[in-house]
Design a protein around this ligand. Structure first.
Ligand code: F42
Length: 144
């Protein structure tokens, strides 16, 4: 069984720990914003390790939209490369855990629709895209 290697960012590691150890009843929002967060369990594309990545919850039907914003930083968060390498993930949404498959959104119409849903769920995404020349990668996770 591959090992879980926690995020190098303290607040991320702590959020994952609280979210999972509480069975999805605590640590389920972005700090005190009240905005819901999901945990995406993905596979490290170099280490093969289990990685757990909190992301804002953007639900469209029974799918989730995963936005590689990282606050508008110039570089993609590395979980993007994990998803590109291995599309099979688990998504924890509060007390529910789903096996899902991700695909990167490349069709411009689909991306426009999913980007609008993402910004509606978490308005700062728009500002983050404005901060960087990088096109923020968008994935959609669908039930297996
Ligand atoms: N990040 C977003 O991009 N979008 C969001 O909507 C979002 C919401 C959010 C809500 C709550 C919260 O606590 C955090 C949130 N974040 C959001 C931050 C997100 O959870 C990630 O921490 C952030 O995007 C950085 O992710 P990262 O994948 O770059 O992780 C770094 C910090 C990290 O842990 N790096 C490890 C390290 O050792 O430096 C390696 C991690 C890894 O996956 N390694 C791969 C492996 O093989 O194991 C290799 C990856 C490669 O190709 O280099």
């Amino acid at each position: 069984m591959p090992e879980y290697i926690p995020s190098t960012r303290d607040w991320v590691r702590e959020q994952v720990d609280l979210y999972e150890s509480s069975g999805g009843t605590e640590g389920t929002t972005l700090r005190d914003t009240g905005l819901p967060v999901i945990i995406v369990t993905n596979r490290g594309n170099k280490t093969g390790a289990i990685r757990k990545t909190p992301l804002m919850r953007v639900k469209v039907g029974d799918a989730y939209v995963l936005v590689g914003s990282q606050g508008g930083a110039p570089r993609n968060p590395v979980w993007v490369y994990n998803l590109r390498a291995d599309a099979d993930v688990e998504i924890r949404d509060e007390m529910a855990v789903y096996s899902m498959r991700v695909r990167e959104v490349t069709d411009s119409d689909e991306r426009a629709r999913l980007w609008a849903a993402s910004v509606e769920a978490f308005p700062p995404y728009e500002e983050y895209q404005g901060r960087t020349s990088r096109t923020i990668p968008v994935f959609v996770a669908e039930p297996v």
